[in-house]
Design a protein around this ligand. Structure first.
Ligand code: GTP
Ligand code: MG
Length: 195
């Protein structure tokens, strides 16, 4: 995909109304620190347009990035961050759920899972939640540069069994450091948002 323009167009907090966009949306979900903002930056060809942090729990809003005036990348708040209060977690949970339910333009939800670890209960819940809302998730296995190539197949197996998914579900290994996997993700986004 050729990126001509990017623009953080809408930022939604818990009390904001969601925008009624007229262009297709692709959303990125996953636990805090998994690499959602980093992936979005890579998919925008920008180093740090979407905020990245070593401190998890940074993206606390739903951020809509207008790409080429043709589609939106939607950065969802990360779940599962221990230091956030339960009421706060519930608010975010409802905010994400509300978005999944209400968006008319959402074409696909990418679920990000760290390739180094077995998926958590929260990851599995998020996966089931996406399916429950009628979407077919695409799984991105992040931080690919952090494992040895010899570990890849074993980690992918662990990921599939942890999420309870079969071979029909697409899993794309990705690294924000090396950009490995980016072209495949771009191709998929183009397929999902064209026409
Ligand atoms: P929240 O906004 O808290 O939900 O986090 P996030 O999912 O947006 O994660 P973010 O992109 O901010 O990345 C978290 C940390 O992981 C940062 O220190 C990133 O530099 C690092 N990181 C993200 N992706 C990769 C990757 O592919 N490889 C490596 N080595 N580090 C990564
Ligand atoms: Mg983020």
């Amino acid at each position: 995909m050729i990126i001509k323009t990017v623009n953080l167009e809408t930022v939604c907090g818990v009390t904001s109304r969601l925008p009624e966009n007229d262009k297709p949306e692709i959303a990125f979900a996953g636990k805090s620190n998994v690499g959602k903002s980093s992936l979005i930056n890579a998919l925008m060809n920008r180093k740090s347009y979407a905020r990245i942090s070593a401190q998890p729990g940074k993206t606390q809003t739903i951020n809509f990035y207008n790409i080429n005036e043709a589609l939106y990348y939607v950065d969802l708040p990360g779940y599962g961050y221990a230091k956030v209060s339960l009421t706060e977690k519930e608010k975010w949970g409802r905010m994400i759920e509300n978005y999944l339910k209400k968006s008319r333009q959402l074409k696909c939800v990418f679920l990000l899972v760290d390739i180094r670890h077995e998926p958590s209960v929260n990851d599995r819940q998020m996966y089931d939640w996406i399916v429950h809302n009628g979407y077919e998730p695409v799984v991105i296995a992040t931080k690919l540069d952090k494992i040895k190539r010899s570990q890849l197949q074993k980690q992918l197996k662990l990921l599939r069994s942890g999420l309870g998914i079969g071979s029909q579900v697409t899993v794309i290994p990705f690294s924000a450091e090396t950009k490995q996997g980016r072209d495949e993700i771009w191709d998929l986004i183009e397929q999902l948002t064209s026409g």
